[in-house]
Ligand binder design. Structure first.
Ligand SMILES: [Zn+2]
Length: 253
């Protein structure tokens, strides 16, 4: 079996680049792709709030996308970073959750979950702001009935810590030789070139996309997959460190 793909859109809030969002939506609709929307329950991120606000009822808009089969993920609670903990993924030293006591994390997640529920949205997937979560986050997610985390370096969907992890480590769509990969799109930050690349990729490869339910059904606790994930994770973190030090050297030169 060749590689299969998923798409997730981060930072879905009333304040965002709606024209770009609509442009991507129309290509997903045209090719029958149902992405995962990372909705921030109570957006307090000052950077995100700089974007113009949605005209109309934001929650109604998200409900209509859910009704179309798009999946909703809870993207944190307020999207405000309070620790510099990179968590289990080890990629970004900023977190809304990792490093905080279990009770605090549970409370934030529960408050976020109630906001989404009050607005008629059901979700079983968690999308951590800045990809940062720790064991306590996972414990709280299990307690609140979440089944899935959209993060992970394993080639195929895996079951770890009692949750399904759907592989996610690429931002720009590209053809892979095997596995399942989620492309993570930040609508607000995308350039024209990146949008075109997504449109082209979707047009060329739409038959290779999975729904999130299909991706979940492929999850296994297989050791080989988990070990491969650890190797991919440490390689990517290593590359990131090399790139960072090269940049630093260039800047100081
Ligand atoms: Zn985010």
């Amino acid at each position: 079996m060749s590689a299969r793909y998923l798409i997730r859109l981060d930072d879905i809030t009333p304040h965002m680049d709606w024209p770009r969002f609509e442009r991507l939506s129309s290509v997903f609709d045209e090719f029958g792709i149902q992405p995962l929307l990372g909705v921030i329950p109570d957006n307090r991120d000052p950077q995100l709030r700089q974007f113009p606000e949605f005209v109309g009822d934001f929650w109604e808009k998200v409900r209509s996308l859910q009704a179309r089969g798009w999946e909703i993920a809870q993207h944190g609670f307020q999207h405000v970073y309070v620790t510099q903990d990179c968590g289990l993924m080890g990629v970004n030293g900023l977190s809304e959750f990792a490093g905080l006591p279990f009770e605090t994390q549970l409370d934030k997640l529960m408050r976020g979950q109630s906001i989404l529920r009050e607005h008629g949205l059901s979700c079983e997937t968690f999308m951590a702001p800045s990809h940062s979560f720790d064991r306590q986050t996972l414990r709280a997610l299990r307690e609140l009935g979440f089944t899935t985390v959209t993060d992970g370096f394993a080639p195929w969907p895996s079951i770890e810590h009692g949750l399904i992890f759907l592989p996610q480590w690429l931002a720009n769509p590209r053809v892979l030789p095997l596995g399942v990969q989620t492309f993570c799109l930040h609508v607000n930050e995308m350039t024209e070139g990146q949008i075109r690349r997504v449109e082209q990729f979707v047009a060329d490869h739409h038959r290779e996309f999975l729904s999130f339910a299909e991706a979940r059904s492929l999850a296994t606790p297989r050791t080989l997959n988990r070990v491969a994930g650890r190797v991919i994770g440490s390689t990517l973190r290593g590359l990131k460190t090399v790139r960072r030090s090269l940049r630093r050297r260039r800047n100081s030169a």
